[in-house]
Design a protein. Structure first.
Length: 254
């Protein structure tokens, strides 16, 4: 099995960390291909960054499909471009927020999310509503940590994240903690041991879900909203994104 893990921002060191987290949980025989776009924001912190990361994300998915990848993990906690990716991809596509929230409900009755900056909170709250998780989600907490600080060993990012987890236990009475950024992937196991409750990394959760779907021979339904994009011209700088350019000739049949 060959799975594509796309970090939608352009920071290669974060992609390497995400790839390592994915490989640490992948089954024997699963190949993880971790990539990031060459163009776009260096980090995704809010709605504006998110929009400009989607074209590069779709390019990487198209390349991954051409290389034989059978499923896709979108490694941004905003589940950036998820709907467009499902329309483009042949195999299953899972965002790490969606995966983590679903997994947490199998492990506890409630969860709190610890994310990076306050500007990310509304987007994550909206995803909780979209996924039917509002009644499980006690709170989305911002640790006041810029995404790129997670790449800096000299930052106090770890201490800030730990402080928010402690507050979630005390104030929210959360039974699980979800780490609300792919750049936190390497913290999950040590924090689980330290705090004595499930601390869930969405990258790992998404890998296991996509592995399961591929093993079962399941893929995204192409009946309805996730049908393959209709062939049509795209003008100007977006000509390279027209569906017949990104998809193989038989893409609409899958």
């Amino acid at each position: 099995m060959k799975l594509l893990v796309v970090n939608p921002n352009t920071t290669a060191s974060m992609t390497a960390k995400i790839g390592a987290a994915a490989r640490s949980v992948a089954a024997a025989g699963t190949e993880i291909v971790a990539v990031n776009p060459e163009r776009g924001p260096v980090s995704i912190e809010g709605y504006y960054d998110e929009v400009f990361s989607v074209p590069g994300l779709l390019e990487e998915i198209a390349k991954g499909q051409a290389a034989g990848c059978q499923g896709v993990i979108i490694a941004c906690f905003d589940d950036t471009g998820l709907d467009a990716a499902r329309a483009l991809a042949h195999g299953p596509v899972v965002g790490i927020c969606e995966a983590a929230m679903h997994l947490s409900t199998l492990l506890g009755g409630s969860f709190s999310v610890v994310t990076t900056l306050p500007r990310s909170v509304p987007a994550i709250e909206a995803l909780a509503r979209r996924y039917g998780m509002s009644h499980h989600c006690r709170r989305v907490r911002a640790a006041e940590v810029p995404v790129l600080a997670l790449e800096d060993p000299a930052s106090d990012a770890s201490a800030r994240i730990r402080a928010e987890i402690a507050a979630a236990l005390d104030e929210d009475r959360a039974e699980c903690i979800i780490l609300g950024c792919a750049g936190m992937a390497d913290f999950a196991r040590s924090l689980t041991a330290e705090f004595g409750l499930p601390v869930i990394d969405g990258v790992a959760a998404a890998v296991k879900l996509v592995e399961s779907m591929v093993s079962l021979g399941l893929a995204t339904s192409k009946i309805g909203g996730y049908a393959a994009p209709l062939p049509k011209p795209y003008q100007g700088d977006f000509a390279c994104y027209q569906p017949q350019t990104l998809m193989p000739p038989d893409g609409a049949k899958r």
